[in-house]
Each structure stands twice: as C-alpha cells, then as structure tokens.
Write a protein of this length. Sequence first.
Length: 371
Amino acid sequence: MPAEIVGLGVAVPPYVLTNADLEELVDTNDQWITERTGIKERRVAGRDDSTALLGKRAAEQALKVAGIGIDEVDLVMVATATPDYTLPSAACILQLELGMTRGAAMDVIAGCSGFVYALATASQFVDSGAAETALVVGSETLSRICDYTDRGTCILFGDGAGAVVLRKGERGVRAFSLGADGARSRLLMTPAGGSRFPANSRTVAERRHYLVMEGREVFKGAVTAMAASSLEAIERSGLKPDDIDLVVPHQANQRIIEATARRLKTPMANVVMNVARYGNTSAASIPIAMAEAWEQGQIRPGQRLLLTAFGAGLAWGSAVVDWTLPNPAEPAPEEPTQPAMPIVRGLLDGTLWDGADMLPPLRAAVPEAAL
C-alpha cells in the first residue's frame, strides 16, 4: 500500500516585494523581469519569520486538514536550503516549535528539488511500515541569502512554506525518479558559510554568503533533467505520459516551466503555475503550488499528478502521485499584505536584527518516560 497524501498546508509571509520595488534597488524594470521570468512579485520573510516558523504554520494547517494530532507524527522531514541554523537541523527546530515530544526529524538539502526528494524518502518510510505518519515540509527564507545588489538573482527568489502529511493508503505516491550531478555544483551555490570557507571578514566583504548562479547553464540543465526524470517516473509508475492529468513543476520561472511542458508535450492548461505571485521559493514551490491549485479546485480527487523539480547540486527529481484528498468547501481567505521594502532595507543594512535573540526558545525537557 503506497503513501497517501492525507493533509496539505501552506504559509507565506504577508510582506510583498514587487518588481517596481526592485527598480529602487537594482538596474531593472517590471517589463525586463516579467519577460524573462514571468514573476510580478514575491514574498519576503519578516523579522519574526524563519524557515521553521513558516514551516510550522504550513504543518499545522496540513495536520488540521488530515485530522491528525502532532503526537501521532512519527517522522518530520524538512526540505530546505535555508535552515534556521547550521546545527541543529531545521526539522528539529520545527519539532520544537510544534511541541513534538516523539518521532524522528531530519533535513533534506537538495535545493529546489528538495521537496520531491523528501516526499520520495518519507514515502519509503511509510510504505515499509517504518513510520505510520510522516510530515513532509518544504520551507525557505531565501531572502536571507539573496543579494539585493545583484539583479540576476534577487528578482527570482521568494519565501514561503508548504507541507503534506503522509499515511499508508490505497492510492498515493506511485513512483519517483531522482538524480544529481555534483560536477555542476558551481552553477548554483552559496560559496561561503560552510566548513570549507567559514565566515570571516573576507567572505563578508566579498558578499560570498549570498546565492550565485549561472542562469543560462542552469536553464538548459533544468529543462533537460526535469523532462527526462518526469518520463522515467511516469514509466516506473506503469503509466504513459497521456495518463497524467496535471503537472505541478517547480516554480523556477515561466520560461523553464513552458520549455519543460513542451518537452513533455503537455498543454499549459494542464500545468500548475503560480510563479507570478510568489517567484522561486525553491523547496517550498511545489507544495505551495499544490496547495493553491487544490484550494481552487484545479487539483481534484482521482487525478494523476506529476511533480517535477530541478535545483542546486545540481539535483533533480520527479514523482507521480494519485490524488485522493477531497477539496475544501471554499478557498481559505487571503491574508492582508504589507510592503516588503522596509524588511529588505533592514536586510541590507543589518538593522532588521537589532535586539533579536539568536537562540531558539527554551522548552521544558521531555520527560524520560516519553523518550
């Protein structure tokens, strides 16, 4: 019996950064950004947001949809490139924020393909019986590693989180295909901040803690790999490309999505796309897109979905899912938004963190009997 998606949730910050805002920061304009990416705006995490806290909101929503209590979760997996800390994992911080007192927790770092990697991994725990209930979260605060002086990258990325709950069912994750090519790791990376080049005065002065990307090469690799892994996942699922009802791709940019759809011979009417509103939210983009399409009725029970992504590593992955989750009675009301420029200016000059506590909150120790 496969791992079935029984809960789904999403969380995005209220702070909106528009293309017009970016015109104040770098040499760009709305037409240039829209023509090249399809992005009109993106969300930016506020001072009180973090990868784990956005993940918490999405996870709580997914658990509510599933009708499952937090103490029933056996495994938490967080796909992210922007954990709250180098140590401990974002999954452990999420566990703390959710008030969990049991279960395993770990991160998956596979760039923008992280959610597909995490979904595939968690589904194996559920399929095998090693876990009865798994919580899979894709959460990112890419604004924290975005260089708002570099127009090639800062126009692309946004923040947000999405989550799914997995349990064994009659239908669910049918098959997946994962791949990577470390020889192309330099095409998309943050050069400093790890153990090879830890933070020092030089790395900070040279702005080496921000994302750098060779966009043209990433574009070519993304389209080829997403199409190939999609076809492999479909074949492994025992289906044919025509059997797929809806494609939910990583929301990298509109051109990559359209080029991948052409490779798969899939009409854009059968492709979920919300990149215009959120930009590239990396590991969060697929669950955010799924949640929005599900709430709006574009994703419905009985459909066969293809999820496909590509990102830093370079790493890529695709999964075929039989969708069973009933649609909500009506979409959740949209929360009020606020301008993100004060947040971005605080990121640029460092004042956003004035007086902030760097440590996670304390919580009473777990009783030994609960361990």
